[in-house]
Design a protein around this ligand. Structure first.
Ligand code: 13P
Length: 254
């Protein structure tokens, strides 16, 4: 059975003090989540807060992830953070790659996504790889073509063994931070399509084991109907992950 996952992408929000408070509020409410359902919570804070979050993660059942990583192993890359550096923090076990904000504002191509995925896997950090179309692409009915290219060029160089560590997040760009969520049918349709691509490349077993998360204005009021779909294995949550009650409520929506 593949894992149900709720990951919070804090993006570039919160001072250290506010982030610490949010973490302790999340910790105080963790027992509300039904652990027997094998739900993995992942918090992805800004880089400087990773260690503060892993300190909380130490003796609990949620994990910590970074929001980005360098596509190079080490060396003279001022301002960058490598997978090796993330690994040396010990409890950073996940990292978001290829978020649409990075693709749009920092020219992250599918080739760069592929290189970042390689760096992470070499350090045993599980990539959460984002894909998704912009509004004009959906209006032109090109969403499947776009997502197929992102998945193929970003991930299909991997062996089946390496691919087993990949988590995919479908985030239609028109739904991110806009309050406009994909309908449960739109999410299910795309998730099933992504799973069929994986099945074609790596076989049914790998496809059935791959967690595919939905992201884009996911909140307590719509998480239940999104997560009820057979191919939606959880969410990558932006805005609503900045509020402990909302984040926990989403994690209770399976
Ligand atoms: P919102 O939940 O704020 O729409 O952001 C989604 C997202 O980009 C998560 O990575």
């Amino acid at each position: 059975m593949r894992k149900k996952i709720v990951a919070g992408n804090w993006k570039m929000n919160k001072t250290f003090e506010d982030a610490d408070e949010l973490m302790s509020e999340i910790m105080d409410n963790l027992e509300q989540i039904d652990l027997s359902r094998d739900i993995q919570l992942i918090i992805c804070p800004p880089f400087p807060y990773l260690e503060m979050c892993t300190d909380y993660a130490n003796d609990s059942y949620f994990a910590v992830g970074a929001q980005n990583v360098c596509d190079q192993a080490r060396g003279a890359f001022t301002g960058e953070v490598s997978a090796e550096i993330l690994r040396s923090l010990e409890l950073v076990d996940y990292c978001i790659v290829g978020h649409s904000e990075r693709r749009t504002y920092y020219n992250e191509t599918d080739a760069i996504v592929a290189a970042k995925v390689n760096q992470l896997l070499a350090q045993d950090i599980r990539p959460i790889v984002c894909c998704g179309e912009v509004l004009e692409e959906r209006e032109a009915n090109k969403q499947f073509e776009v997502v197929e290219r992102q998945i193929t060029d970003g991930l299909f160089h991997l062996s089946a063994i390496d691919f087993a560590d990949i988590i995919i997040a479908y985030e239609p760009v028109w739904a991110i931070g806009t309050g406009r969520t994909a309908t449960p049918d739109q999410a299910q349709e795309m998730h099933a399509f992504i799973r069929s691509l994986i099945a074609k490349k790596y076989g049914d077993e790998v496809a059935q084991e791959t967690s595919i998360l939905y992201g884009g204005s996911c909140k307590p009021s719509n998480a239940k109907e999104l997560f009820a779909n057979p191919d939606v294995d959880g969410g990558l949550i932006g805005g609503a992950s900045l509020n402990a009650n909302d984040f926990i409520a989403i994690a209770q929506s399976f």
